[in-house]
Design a protein around this ligand. Structure first.
Ligand code: AMP
Length: 304
């Protein structure tokens, strides 16, 4: 079994959407990623939580088979994020970010974490992403996510990280902020010239675009009648994408395209509830059924 290592946040989120609200619920980039990826692969998780982080959340990940040897419990409070969404659910507005224990987190990888075949540098301080990169033997695939908080706050360090990765997975607003242009095709060229081989741009309900050299692949998001909370959709996408790649070992163009569909399938479940509630109840058969529905959705014949 290929090892998939993720570093990212484990958080207590407070979220409001037009359809409801949730206070201090389980969230964080590493949490969503690891949960989604655990349906496909062995996941090693590296993160920090504070003394106030509920034991039940840790038990949930352990029960999903996630290796938590790299989870540190530090003195202080857990990372907290507070955000909301308008009726346009595509972009979260950050109201508050409390780094708390993240501020002094210096990752120390357990010995068996140091040779992963796949590494996901989840949304977290780029200095931490770099420290993790420096502690592993170069994995076959390194993917990375970030957000405006770090693009604005630690741009130079972030570019240093991006020089060392294969796949950058960010949303359209982040891509525009990083590439400093409103046109996504231009932005993709600028970003690919400076670092990653692949750029995957998440566009919320409009789906995903993958850029590689002069090639582009695009897919829709699965149309859903009930979307409650988009929080975590991006990290869940990445978890499905990387987890699926870890399960196949196929990083050909066709393999990456299929991984994008699995990522999109997983994200389509996350948005159906607050926090990780939908993923908690998910069965692998649900994933397969939605994958098939996705295939029918996007299928068309060539010209005859
Ligand atoms: P997304 O998949 O992009 O919706 O990410 C949602 C998750 O990102 C939430 O559960 C937050 O806890 C987490 N998050 C928010 N801000 C940050 C940040 N600055 N760094 C790392 N994680 C964050």
């Amino acid at each position: 079994m290929r090892q998939l290592l993720v570093v990212g946040t484990m958080a207590l989120d407070t979220v409001r959407t037009p359809f409801g609200a949730a206070t201090e619920v389980l969230g964080g980039s590493a949490t969503y990623f690891a949960t989604a990826a655990s349906f496909f692969a062995n996941v090693n998780l590296l993160a920090v939580v504070g003394e106030d982080f509920p034991e039940a959340h840790i038990a949930f990940l352990r029960n999903r088979g996630v290796d938590l040897s790299g989870l540190e419990r530090s003195k202080g409070k857990t990372f907290r994020w507070h955000g909301d969404y308008t009726s346009q659910l595509n972009e979260a507005r950050t109201l508050e970010t409390h780094l708390n224990v993240l501020e002094s987190f210096r990752p120390q990888l357990p010995a068996h974490y140091r040779t992963p075949e796949l590494l996901f540098l989840g949304n977290i301080d780029p200095e931490i992403q770099m420290e993790v990169l420096n502690q592993v033997t170069r994995p076959q695939i390194v993917a990375c996510d970030t957000m405006n908080f770090w693009i604005d706050g630690k741009r130079d360090m972030l570019w240093d990280v991006l020089k060392n990765i294969d796949v950058l997975i960010i949303n359209d607003a982040e891509a525009r902020a990083l590439g400093q242009d409103s046109n996504l095709v231009k932005v993709a060229r600028v970003i690919l010239e400076r670092g990653p081989k692949y750029l995957i741009i998440k566009r919320g309900e409009y789906g995903v675009l993958m850029f590689h050299g002069t090639h582009v692949f695009g897919t829709l998001a699965f149309p859903l009648e009930h979307v409650l909370d988009p929080t975590g959709a991006g990290d869940t996408f990445s978890g499905g994408f990387m987890g699926y790649l870890a399960s196949t070992g196929d990083w050909s163009d066709a393999g990456l395209r299929r991984a994008i569909i699995f990522g999109s399938v997983m994200a389509s479940f996350t948005v159906e509830s607050f926090s990780l509630d939908r993923l908690r109840a998910l069965q692998y058969s649900d994933i397969e059924a939605r994958f098939r529905a996705f295939k029918r959705l996007a299928h068309f014949e060539d010209l005859s």
